[in-house]
Design a protein around this ligand. Structure first.
Ligand code: ADP
Ligand code: MG
Length: 233
């Protein structure tokens, strides 16, 4: 039986106040099971990123509860939230967010450096994920000298370095051409199948959404559908 890994309970997120107030999430209930792949779709400004950031503990709700592995998080301090996030989640973004002048290995092991892991151990684990993603020959290259597809592969390696249970991806193929994007998609879905890593993917791409077990549609801060797509990834 798969257990819920991330659950939202009546999550509201209000930005600003008074005349500039925006209700980005209007009481969202959503539960994602361990091992699922879920696409979040909706128009620009509908609340996709806010929803993803709330699930990923990058942003805290105005009200409501986010549970991770069944445990509520609203009472946690910022520090506790950060450590839970770093232990449980990996992130892949459209813009890659690599440190341009640093080596691939430095970029991939950055989360370990932040967590205080010693350099030798960082290198060992960094090389391990780079080898698993078949890009270890680029370990010493500067991040800036890579192609878009290679950069996203490095970003996925970095997302994997802490052995996360969930990978959150916000438009992961948005900056890639079709062929390279397909390779990156295949990589994400193979992590889902082979390592049982839960995928939560924000996308505009109907084909990518269709490869996920389930699509969640958000409209003006409210979930409108939560359908099984019936896809076999
Ligand atoms: P999407 O990712 O679907 O484009 P967002 O979650 O980014 O949507 O935004 C949802 C709504 O919240 C939009 O109206 C947006 O303008 C607003 N919003 C998002 N972030 C902020 C912010 N930091 N301050 C004020 N309003 C914001
Ligand atoms: Mg967005």
């Amino acid at each position: 039986m798969n257990q819920p890994v991330v659950e939202l309970d009546k999550v509201r997120r209000v930005y600003g106040r008074g005349e500039t107030e925006v209700q980005a999430l209007r009481g969202v209930d959503l539960s994602v099971d361990s091992g699922e792949s879920v696409a979040i779709v909706g128009r620009s400004g509908s609340g996709k990123s806010t929803l993803m950031h709330s699930m990923a503990l990058l942003d805290r709700p105005t009200s409501g509860q986010v549970r991770v592995n069944g445990d509520p998080t609203s009472h946690l301090t910022e520090r506790q939230v950060a450590s839970l996030r770093n232990a449980s989640f990996g992130f892949v973004f459209q813009q890659f967010f690599l440190v341009a002048g640093r080596s691939v290995l430095d970029n991939v092991t950055l989360p370990l450096a932040i967590a205080g892991v010693r350099p030798k151990e960082r290198t060992r684990r960094g090389m391990e994920v780079l080898e698993a993603l078949e890009i270890s020959e680029k370990a010493r290259a500067r991040a800036n000298d890579l192609s878009g597809g290679q950069k996203q592969r490095v970003a996925i390696a970095r997302a994997l370095i802490n052995d996360p249970s969930v990978i959150f991806a916000d438009e992961p193929t948005g900056n890639l051409d079709e062929v390279t994007g397909a390779v990156v998609e295949d990589l994400l879905f193979s992590l889902n199948r082979e390592r049982d890593i839960t995928l939560i993917i924000v996308t505009h791409d109907p084909e990518l959404a269709h490869r996920c077990h389930r699509t969640v549609t958000i409209q003006d801060g409210t979930l409108t559908t939560s359908n099984a797509t019936g896809a076999t990834a």
